[in-house]
Write a protein that binds this ligand. Structure first.
Ligand SMILES: *Cc1c(COP(=O)(O)O)cnc(C)c1O
Length: 382
């Protein structure tokens, strides 16, 4: 009798190119610049500015930090309103709450979890300062419509592009369209540095101040470029810049961006093909990518018909050694914000909170794994 050892399939496995340690070694022992804004930080920032045409980028210790910098740059103060999708990660909202903003939560679209642009205008008031679209699963929000509203009401647009590296709205890179944008290099993202992030600045007005906020409220960066002959405290700020060791690690990933993206897209399409028959039979829904959006293969999600079925499916997969997970719980229903939000219902945000499942997704996931996962999903529906 043959005994099969059923290997567990984890939800995520951080990608490693193999050169991370080598570059960290270089930063530490060759460059002798281990703190922030060193050789590798500049290399990474240069990479992003060249490849995606961002006016200016600053590496941060997380996307959360990049969002916090954006909230400071946007001059968000007590009583200002910021429009944010409810179906998102806490940091999208927290960054603005820390500045005293009231969050006006927007609902998701009926055919994907991104915020529904048709419903934004009704949420704008004389206190609104900014709109923060989140490109869920790396899929673009309808940016032309958002930018038109921003222009009409004189609002800032801050893209939460945490999941949206190397993704596009028509031919425009995500993160290059809003006034500001934040990316994440958390180990669950396509390219990762354990913890890490990037602020992209696309409006000249914010460039100089961003550098100051980044360096604890000092004009240290200008000083090191020889533009001023002493540096000191000139504004609010914090220590938002990562050590150059983090940048060194990240650079090893950036060198492999094409390779990572090619592989991830292959995985995504394999899942799609394998699960399509279940969608055709009306059992579940697969991601629907709008014609204006590219697919950066950040994640593969499916939508169940209801909350019970979703729990059943996740349990079935977990008992068969496959780690699938649900995602956000609508922020307007969170313990922290539900009273501040009030009674206004957000049906689609709640729908995705109840029904969305994320499947294992990482560079090393094999065709065999995808087959096994897809078969287990099909078994559940039998
Ligand atoms: C991952 C993520 C963040 C937070 O990123 P960190 O780098 O962990 O701070 C914020 N928003 C969204 C949409 C995310 O997916």
């Amino acid at each position: 009798m043959v005994h099969y050892l059923i290997m567990k399939i984890s939800f995520n496995k951080p990608y490693l190119s193999g050169k991370e340690a080598h570059y960290i070694f270089q930063a530490v022992y060759d460059n002798h610049h281990i703190s922030g804004n060193g050789v590798f930080t500049k290399k990474c920032q240069h990479f992003f500015e060249q490849k995606y045409g961002f006016l200016k980028t600053l590496l941060t210790t997380s996307c959360t930090d990049a969002l916090e910098m954006a909230a400071i740059l946007a001059n968000i103060t007590q009583g200002d309103e910021v429009i944010i999708p409810s179906y998102t990660f806490v940091s999208t909202a927290n960054a603005f709450v820390r500045q005293g903003a009231k969050i006006i939560f927007a609902d998701s679209q009926s055919d994907n979890p991104n915020l529904d642009v048709e419903k934004i205008e009704a949420l704008i008031s004389s206190k609104t300062k900014a709109i923060v679209p989140v490109h869920y699963a790396g899929m673009a929000c309808d940016m032309d419509k958002i930018m038109q509203l921003a222009q009409k009401y004189n609002l800032l647009v801050i893209e939460d592009a945490a999941q949206a590296i190397d993704s596009f709205y028509y031919d425009k890179p995500l993160g290059s369209i809003g006034h500001l944008a934040a990316f994440s290099f958390h180990e669950t993202k396509n390219i990762q540095a354990g913890e890490g992030g990037l602020l992209a600045i696309n409006d000249e007005r914010f460039v100089k101040r961003a550098e100051i906020i980044w360096e604890k409220g000092t004009n240290r960066a200008e000083f090191f470029r020889g533009e001023v002959n002493k540096y000191g405290w000139v504004d609010v700020g914090s220590s938002f810049l990562p050590s150059d060791m983090i940048a060194a690690f990240l650079y090893a990933q950036l060198e492999n961006l094409e390779n990572i993206q090619t592989k991830r897209k292959k995985i995504w399409h394999e899942y799609y093909k394998k699960l399509k028959p279940l969608e055709e039979n009306g059992l579940l829904k697969l991601p629907k990518i709008p014609e204006y959006a590219s697919n950066n293969a950040h994640m593969f999600y499916i939508i169940c018909r209801n909350a019970d079925e979703r729990s059943g499916l996740i349990n079935h997969l977990n008992t068969n050694g496959i780690k699938a997970v649900f995602h956000y719980i609508s922020l307007h229903k969170s313990h922290f914000y539900k009273e501040k939000h009030g009674e206004r219902t957000l049906e689609m945000a709640d729908f995705y909170s109840d029904t969305l499942v994320r499947l294992p997704f990482y560079f090393e996931l094999s065709s065999f794994d995808i087959e096994r996962i897809s078969n287990e999903i099909a078994n559940f529906y039998k």
